[in-house]
Ligand binder design. Structure first.
Ligand SMILES: [Fe+2]
Ligand SMILES: [Fe+2]
Length: 146
């Protein structure tokens, strides 16, 4: 499968889970929030890493260190930090109502991040690379997914 196509599908899944998370937050549903965090943990290990190791490096080679890729990497780091923080707080026994700020931040950052990748970054990648280059990027990324 094409790596970018897989990313678009992962993003759709993540947006669906974010809308469920909003309901869980509203209802104080701790198990639902924990489920979402488990999903995010898996995505951080898989989807985010695939972007960072297969897609972003060749984009940086073309565009340089700064620009949109740098922003994407920073947002990945922010999400990792927020995920760690909220997971630790809940593991310590805090209630969902006590971690609302971090949860809202995850919702905001991740929603906007997905939108930027879908609408700006991935179309840029499609323009920037030949189909052979895209195939090589796809292969590298797909090989990382079990
Ligand atoms: Fe990303
Ligand atoms: Fe992504």
């Amino acid at each position: 499968m094409d790596l970018l196509q897989l990313f678009y599908e992962d993003h759709d899944d993540a947006l669906q889970r974010l809308s469920e998370l909003r309901e869980d937050i509203k209802n104080g549903n701790r198990d639902g929030v924990l489920d979402f965090l488990k999903f995010l943990s898996h995505a951080l290990d898989e989807h985010f890493r695939q972007e960072e190791e297969a897609l972003f490096p060749p984009m940086i080679e073309v565009m340089g260190e700064g620009g949109p890729v740098k922003v994407m990497i920073q947002e990945h780091e922010d999400l990792r930090k927020n995920h760690k923080e909220v997971s630790a707080a809940l593991a310590e026994g805090k209630a969902v109502s006590e971690v609302l700020d971090v949860l809202h931040s995850i919702d905001q950052v991740l929603s906007a991040h997905i939108q930027k990748e879908n609408q700006i970054l991935f179309p840029m990648a499609k323009q920037m690379f030949s189909s052979e280059q895209l195939q090589a990027i796809s292969k590298k990324g797909m090989d990382m997914r079990e």
